[in-house]
Design a protein around this ligand. Structure first.
Ligand SMILES: [Zn+2]
Length: 511
C-alpha cells in the first residue's frame, strides 16, 4: 500500500512487485518443543534431545514463552491473534532435518493480517505471521559435510507480507523496519550475521498498467539490508532482460552470491502440495484466550515509530533529531533520563534544544571517544550529582540539564556551551564551575565591552576607515573581531550597540 502521490518507478516499462517472508529467531531460553537451550555457537550437537532429534516416540511440548513473544510481535504490528491455531507437519527430506518434517503452522496460523508502517509514504500489509521450528545447519568441509543440530527445533516466527512493495529500496526499508521492531520489543537479538533474522524475497514483473502479476522467482536467505537490496535489484534486471528478449520467466527459487552480486538457480517450481502438510497428531490446537492476550499486550513497550511520533508531536522535537533519537537507543535513553530529571527539572520548552544538543555535540563527543579506541559500547549514564570524581566517558544527567538551563537563560553563548560540554565530557565537572573557571559568562558590562571595542578599532584601522567611508560590510567584520578579543563571551546585543556608538563617535570626531 502506497501513498497516492508517490510515483512507482518502472524498469523499461515494467513494474516490479515484491513480497517478503522474514524468518525471525525468537530469543526464548529454550527451543520450541523441548527444554534444550536455544543458544548459538556451542559445541555442535550438544544442545539436543530425543524431541529435537526426532527420535521415535519423542513427544513435543509447546514452549509458552515462545507463544508470548510471538504474540508481542503480532500486537506490535496490529495483527489479529487467533483464538485457535494449529501446528502442521511439512514433509521434506534434507540432512539438517532428521525428523523428515518440520513443525510449522499452515492452514491456521496464530496471527492473521497486520501492517508495517515503514514510513509516511510506505505501509505494507501482512498476510500472516506463524510460528515454526528451525532446521539444523549443514557444514561443508573440504572432503565431507557435517550436520550440527543445535539449531534444530529453535523457535521462529515467519512474517509474510502481501506483495505490495515496488522497489529494492522499499524492500530493504521494510526488512529494516521489522528488524527495528523485533529488537525494540525484545523478542529477537537481531543478530543478522548469525541468521537471527533472514529474509526471503519474491519478485515478479508486470507491464506497466497490467492488472495481473507476472511469474515470480524467490530469492532465499538474505541476511543483510544491503544484500537484500542488491539481490532485489539484480533479480529485477534479470527479469527485465529475459522479458525484453521475448523469453518467459521460469518460476524458481534462487540463491544470492554476495561476492558476485548475482543470483543462481537452486530449485525449480514447488507448490505447497509437494510438502503434504497435515495437522501434527502429537500437538493440540494452540488456544489463546482473551485473558492471556490482554496480559501479554500489557507488556508491549513503545515502538520506534511511536517514539518518533511522540518526540515530534508531544515534545516538539524536529523530525531530523527525532529520527536520530529513534534509531540510537543510548542517545534516546539519555534524552529520557534528562526529560525525567528532577534536580534541576528540564522544562518542556527546552526539549527540542535538548534533542539538538544530544544529536549534535553530545553524540559527536561520545563517538570521538569510540574512535580513540576507548572501550565503551554505549554512552554510560552517571547520575551521581555533585560527585567530584573524574568521570570520563560518561554523562551526568543533571549536568546536561543545568547546561541547557544556562544556555536558555542567555548567560552563556552557544559557542561557550560547546566548550563547557567538551570539558564536562573530559572531567565530569559541574558546568557552573567550568563556566566560572573559564570566564565564559556573557559579558554585559558596557564599560569592559567598550574597552574591547576600542582595542579592536585601533587594531583594525583599515576596516574602521572602510566603515566610516560607508562600507556597511565592515561592521560585521568588526563585530567578529571584537567577539574574538572577548573570547566569544560578549553579549552580542550589547556589543552591537556599543560598537555602533563608538563608530558614530569616531565619525563625528573625524568630520
Ligand atoms: Zn531438544
Amino acid at each position: 500500500m502506497r501513498h497516492q502521490d508517490t510515483p512507482i518507478k518502472t524498469y523499461s516499462g515494467f513494474v516490479p512487485t515484491i513480497g517478503l517472508e522474514i524468518h525471525c529467531r525468537l530469543n526464548a531460553k529454550s527451543k520450541l518443543f523441548c527444554g534444550c537451550p536455544n543458544s548459538y555457537g556451542d559445541t555442535p550437537n550438544t544442545n539436543v534431545c530425543p524431541v529435537c532429534l526426532g527420535l521415535p516416540g519423542a513427544l513435543p511440548r509447546l514452549n509458552k514463552t515462545v507463544v508470548e513473544k510471538a504474540m508481542l510481535f503480532a500486537f506490535a504490528v496490529d495483527g489479529h491473534v487467533a483464538e485457535k491455531s494449529e501446528f502442521s507437519r511439512k514433509q521434506y527430506f534434507y540432512p539438517d532435518l532428521p525428523k523428515g518434517y518440520q513443525i510449522t503452522q499452515f492452514e491456521y496460523p496464530y496471527c492473521l493480517g497486520g501492517k508495517l508502517l515503514v514510513s509516511n509514504r510506505l505501509c505494507v500489509d501482512l498476510e500472516r505471521v506463524h510460528i515454526e521450528e528451525d532446521a539444523g545447519k549443514n557444514i561443508h568441509l573440504d572432503d565431507a559435510s557435517a550436520v550440527d543440530l543445535n539449531r534444530a527445533g529453535s523457535a521462529l516466527i515467519e512474517i509474510v507480507t502481501k506483495p505490495q512493495i515496488h522497489s529494492p529500496e522499499d524492500a530493504a526499508a521494510t526488512f529494516r523496519f521489522v528488524y527495528d521492531i523485533v529488537r525494540a520489543i525484545g523478542v529477537c537479538d537481531g543478530n543478522l550475521e548469525e541468521g537471527s533474522l533472514r529474509c526471503d524475497l519474491n519478485v515478479s514483473l508486470a507491464k506497466e498498467g497490467a492488472t495481473e502479476l507476472g511469474t515470480r522467482t524467490e530469492v532465499k536467505n538474505l541476511n543483510s539490508f544491503r544484500n537484500l537490496e542488491k539481490a532485489c535489484n539484480y533479480e529485477i534486471m534479470r527479469h527485465v532482460d529475459t522479458l525484453l528478449s521475448g523469453e518467459k520467466i521460469i518460476q524458481q527459487t534462487v540463491g544470492f552470491d554476495a561476492s558476485t552480486g548475482k543470483t543462481f538457480t537452486q530449485r525449480l517450481k514447488e507448490d505447497s502440495d509437494d510438502y503434504r502438510y497435515f495437522p501434527d497428531p502429537d500437538l493440540n490446537e494452540l488456544e489463546i484466550d482473551s485473558a492471556w492476550k490482554e496480559e501479554t499486550r500489557a507488556k508491549l513497550p513503545m515502538l520506534p515509530h511511536e517514539v518518533e511520533r511522540n518526540l515530534i508531536e508531544v515534545d516538539g522535537v524536529s523530525s531530523e533529531y527525532a529520527g536520530i533519537l529513534k534509531d540510537k537507543k543510548s542517545l534516546y535513553s539519555l534524552y529520557i533520563a534528562c526529560r525525567k530529571n528532577t534536580n534541576p527539572v528540564m522544562p518542556q520548552k527546552l526539549l527540542p534544544e535538548l534533542a539538538k544538543w544530544l544529536c549534535t555535540d553530545i553524540q559527536k563527543l561520545s563517538s570521538q571517544e569510540l574512535d580513540d579506541g576507548v572501550e565503551q559500547n554505549q554512552l554510560t549514564l552517571q547520575t551521581d550529582l555533585g560527585s567530584s570524581k573524574k568521570c570520563k566517558n560518561s554523562w551526568n544527567i543533571s549536568h546536561i540539564c543545568e547546561l541547557l538551563l544556562q544556555l536558555n537563560s542567555g548567560k552563556i553563548s552557544a559557542r561557550a556551551g560547546k566548550k563547557v560540554l567538551a570539558r564536562m565530557w573530559d572531567t565530569g565537572q559541574d558546568p557552573s564551575i567550568i563556566i566560572q573557571e573559564e570566564g565564559l559568562l556573557k559579558q554585559t558590562d558596557t564599560g569592559s565591552i567598550l574597552k574591547i571595542v576600542k582595542e579592536t578599532l585601533d587594531a583594525e584601522q583599515q576596516a574602521t576607515l572602510d566603515f566610516l567611508q560607508g562600507n556597511q560590510k565592515s561592521f560585521g567584520f568588526l563585530m567578529g573581531e571584537s567577539m574574538k578579543r572577548g573570547r566569544g563571551s560578549l553579549d552580542p546585543q550589547v556589543l552591537r550597540r556599543v560598537l555602533q556608538e563608538e563608530l558614530d563617535a569616531r565619525n563625528a570626531a573625524s568630520t
